[in-house]
Write a protein that binds this ligand. Structure first.
Ligand SMILES: Cc1ncc(COP(=O)(O)O)c(C=O)c1O
Length: 413
């Protein structure tokens, strides 16, 4: 029997067997099709079963399927790094591979702590994180989601020390946002005055907190936050696992920020391979990398996974990158963004959009479930987050398809 993730097995209906995918759609054996409006947990940016990526995978599998990534390297990994360098700030130029979003976060947290330890300062043990954040399900990643996390509270007794920073939520019609932001920064400054020198890193989902319920906050706030923590020499980690690859309308969410706010480490995964294979990267600076160089092995970054830098996954990522940077794809992304911004949905709360993501809140979780269950009967798959309904379609969705989804949502509301 298959035990499903994030599922109360007792009350959730049996899983529906999917036999094939094609672009926006998933198909069952009897021909029922579902429009996957959340890109299967935010991974399939080009839709399902993209032929070009499937071919690239096949070609690579016939050449080299896997090789230990210590003594050996390979072309797909090198090409992927070269591709990413063209869209990253120059300072982020050291690339550490792992297999999923949670491990890329785990790597970043460990690197940040060891960066200080290798320089003779093992006392920076505290991490800063945003309220309600979600960075994955391993222990480090859970710790920086906070003890009250709706996902992780069962394990809170095991978490390491963190400081939680409030998030000034941004949505249509919000008032006094600047005041809220300034109050949060002032409060943080006060707290850091006493413990700032014991903090190693701040970790954030930049601009968009996904799993919390598609919560947005302003670039201006993040810039202020970074300035504040850098005053205490605290490192900055951007978890772009969800926001990367044009989800926010720019290649990375960090592209909305001024140059002084470039992070010291970033984590990417999810859409990296176009949703075909698990792969992730933690990318950091020369300055951090250099503190791990020593004649003493104990100062190395002693971390790795069996499938680190898998060549097939890297080949998929290279092809996905090529498709992503085509004019046609960029135009589609812009189109989706404009349609989200212009869509009018009456009778909902906290309308918010960024890039290809749009969200709104209903009165209750029950209401969100009622609407998404109805949509499912009509062949549209959306997974609400509490009372929040959001859309995060693949970039291949057409105007007609997106209009149809909007029409049905409006009818149900
Ligand atoms: C921002 C963020 N970080 C990390 C993760 C964890 O990624 P994974 O599920 O691949 O471990 C997620 C997953 O939703 C995420 O949204």
């Amino acid at each position: 029997m298959i035990w499903r993730p994030f599922t109360q097995e007792k009350t959730t209906p049996e899983a529906i067997k999917i036999i094939k995918g094609d672009g926006l759609y998933l198909y069952t054996k009897n021909g029922t099709r579902y429009a996957d409006m959340i890109s299967s947990w935010w991974v399939n940016i080009h839709g399902h079963a993209n032929k070009e990526i499937a071919d690239a995978i096949s070609e690579q599998a016939h050449k080299l399927e896997q090789v230990i990534f210590t003594a050996f390297c390979h072309e797909p990994a090198e090409k992927l790094v070269d591709n990413l360098k063209t869209v990253l700030p120059k300072s982020l130029n050291k690339f550490f591979f792992s297999d999923n979003g949670s491990t890329s976060v785990e790597v970043a947290l460990k690197m940040a702590y060891q960066f200080f330890k290798n320089q003779g300062n093992p006392d920076r043990k505290i991490y800063l994180h945003l309220e309600g954040s979600y960075h994955g399900d391993t222990y480090g990643a859970m710790s920086v989601s906070g003890k009250n996390s709706i996902y992780h509270f069962n394990f809170a007794d095991f978490f390491f020390d963190t400081i939680t920073i409030s998030v000034p939520e941004f949505y249509e019609d919000i008032e006094n946002i600047q005041q809220q932001e300034d109050d949060i920064i002032k409060d943080l400054e006060r707290r850091l005055d006493s413990v700032g020198n014991n903090v190693c890193a701040l970790i954030v989902e930049p601009l968009l907190q996904g799993a919390r319920g598609m919560i947005l906050y302003r670039p201006e706030f993040l810039e202020k936050l970074i300035k504040t923590v850098r005053h205490f020499n605290i490192l900055v980690i951007f978890d772009e696992v969800m926001t990367g690859f044009y989800r926010t309308g720019k290649f990375f969410a960090m592209d909305y920020l001024n140059n002084d706010s470039t992070p010291d480490l970033i984590c990417i995964s999810k859409a990296l391979t176009g949703g075909f294979l698990p792969l992730s990267l933690t990318i950091t600076t020369e300055q951090i990398y250099n503190t791990f160089l020593s004649d003493d092995f104990s100062k190395s970054f002693i971390h790795g996974h069996s499938y680190t830098g898998n060549p097939i996954a890297c080949a998929a990522a290279c092809k996905s990158f090529e498709i992503l940077t085509r004019k046609e794809t960029i135009n589609n992304i812009k189109n989706i963004e404009t349609m989200h911004k212009n869509a009018i949905i009456d009778g909902v709360n906290k309308r918010r959009s960024i890039g290809v993501m749009t969200a709104f809140d209903l009165q209750s979780t029950q209401e969100a479930n009622r609407i998404t269950n109805e949509l499912f009967k009509q062949g549209i798959f959306i997974r609400p987050l509490g009372k929040t309904i959001y859309l995060l379609p693949p970039y291949c969705i057409t105007e007609d398809e997106l209009n149809d989804v909007y029409k049905r949502i409006k009818q149900l509301i």
